[in-house]
Design a protein around this ligand. Structure first.
Ligand SMILES: Cc1ncc(C[n+]2csc(CCOP(=O)(O)OP(=O)(O)O)c2C)c(N)n1
Ligand SMILES: [Mg+2]
Length: 444
């Protein structure tokens, strides 16, 4: 089984920043009053405390904050690497989480073709190492922002399989009470900020969540506010404007945000090789991670079929964001094992390409490492398989037996005060009131 690792390229930005600072100063560039106020509010000392307003400089504050020095990189890399070391607990958790994602999605395909789900359903099979490697390294109070390929991100962040399946069935017990469906998983309790059907839509939402954490800490002085937000999106989405706006904003304010590009080489039927321009000097491949340094943040490319490598990169980026050193752009090389959605016959990708990635399936890869390194026995692995099978089975039973939402639910959460807008003053749905429809359906 071939393995390809591409960890690396955390760039030293200090020289670049110094030159830019000098240029700004010599050109007499000043920020606007509004920008100045925000910049000085966000100006930080190295230990993450709120800096005094006198510390405001001619250029925007983030330019002056400590750059990612080579030594710091080395230290934090080795710290992250040692943290990333496989313990039996971590290995079993990653294996469990990847397997749950895979089996859950396989069940989704069955249920979709049995007519239990509505609309489009986009599966994640093949990409599990990215979700597990990153999200399982987060804390419960961190945030995740997803795309329409969102079921597995929600599971990794701890949303119970029951609630995800019930949401897919459109049931009242789903994590969005059945009103979101496949592409809109949301759970405030678990820090899942939503799946988004419009590509790129979730990225600024994630940046907004990171802004909230930073604002609470730096401006409101809440030292406990150190949560990190990860936004996930695909290679095709990197050609949408919101990606660039978000890179800029996150770097400008040194936000605790991690951009995670799941580069599966395809955007529906459009190859990444045909749709993305190459960075200067790269004739072989249009690398996305190299766009990070252009915005003043480290860019890292990682083998997204190897959960341990993803975890290592994630731990470093999370640590960096949490200590106030700003965002990171991670490009994970991955592959979806199925078509774009369950409605896609998947005829455009070559058999050879599919076979090459199938051979790098992250789940058997981790199993082999666990057995080889004595991190688990065959019995442990079997117990994880049994647990996952029971959980997935239970999620279907639960979803199937759950009630549908009442019609009136559609009228909730639309207006701050719904009285008059579908809900009467006494709290009853207006459509239930006697005579509600009389006179409204007259067609002459
Ligand atoms: C703003 C917008 N434009 C176009 C689409 C149609 N669309 C749906 S998925 C998709 C491809 C996205 O590919 P990628 O970002 O690589 O994600 P992947 O499906 O590979 O996970 C496109 C163009 C959309 N959903 N939203
Ligand atoms: Mg893609």
């Amino acid at each position: 089984m071939g393995k390809h690792a591409y960890i690396g390229c955390v760039q030293d930005l200090s020289r670049h920043r110094r030159v830019r600072d000098q240029r700004c100063v010599s050109a007499g560039v000043n920020s606007s009053p509004a920008q100045g106020a925000m910049a000085s509010a966000f100006a930080r000392t190295q230990n993450g405390r709120v800096a005094s307003s006198r510390a405001a400089q001619p250029c925007r504050a983030p330019l002056r904050v400590r750059a990612v020095a080579t030594t710091a990189k080395k230290d934090s890399s080795s710290a992250a690497a040692s943290k990333a070391k496989l313990t039996p607990e971590v290995a079993k958790d990653l294996y469990y989480d990847m397997l749950l994602g895979r089996e859950f999605e396989e069940m989704c395909a069955q249920m979709y073709y049995r007519g239990k789900m509505f609309g489009f359903v986009h599966l994640y099979s093949g990409q599990e190492a990215v979700s597990s490697g990153i999200i399982r390294a987060l804390r419960p109070d961190d945030y995740v922002c997803s795309t329409y390929r969102d079921h597995v991100h929600a599971l990794s962040k701890g949303v119970p399989a029951r609630e995800v399946m019930a949401e897919l069935f459109g049931k009242k017990t789903g994590c969005c009470r059945g009103q979101g469906g496949s592409m809109h998983m949301f759970s405030a309790k678990h820090g899942v900020l939503g799946g988004y059907a419009f590509i790129g839509e979730g990225i600024p939402i994630g940046v907004g969540a990171a802004f909230k954490s930073a604002y609470k800490r730096r401006v409101l002085g809440d030292e406990s506010s150190d949560s990190v937000t990860c936004s996930f999106f695909g290679d095709g989405t990197c050609n949408v404007g919101q990606f660039y706006e978000s890179l800029n904003m996150a770097a400008l304010y040194k936000l605790p945000h991690i951009f995670v590009v799941e580069n599966n080489l395809w955007a529906i039927g459009m190859s990444h090789m045909r749709s993305t321009s190459h960075t200067l000097g790269d004739a072989d491949f249009p690398y996305i991670y190299k766009k990070g340094p252009a915005f003043g943040m480290p860019g890292v490319r990682v083998d997204g079929m190897d959960v341990m490598k993803v975890r290592e990169v994630a731990l470093e980026a999370i640590e960096r964001a949490r200590r106030g050193d700003g965002p990171t752009l991670i490009e994970a090389e991955t592959y979806r094992f199925r078509g774009h959605s369950l409605a896609d016959p998947d005829e455009l990708r070559s058999k050879e390409e599919k076979a090459a990635y199938a051979a790098r399936d992250p789940i058997p890869q981790l199993k082999r490492v666990m057995l080889e390194q004595g991190l688990a026995t065959e019995d442990d692995i079997k117990a994880i398989h049994d647990r996952v099978a029971a959980e997935v089975e239970d999620s279907v039973k639960f979803a199937d037996e759950s009630p549908k939402p009442e019609k009136g639910q559609l009228l909730e959460n639309v207006f701050a005060d719904p009285r008059g807008f579908g809900i009467a003053a006494d709290g009853r749905y207006r459509y239930e009131l006697p005579g509600f429809t009389s006179g409204t359906a007259a067609v002459s």
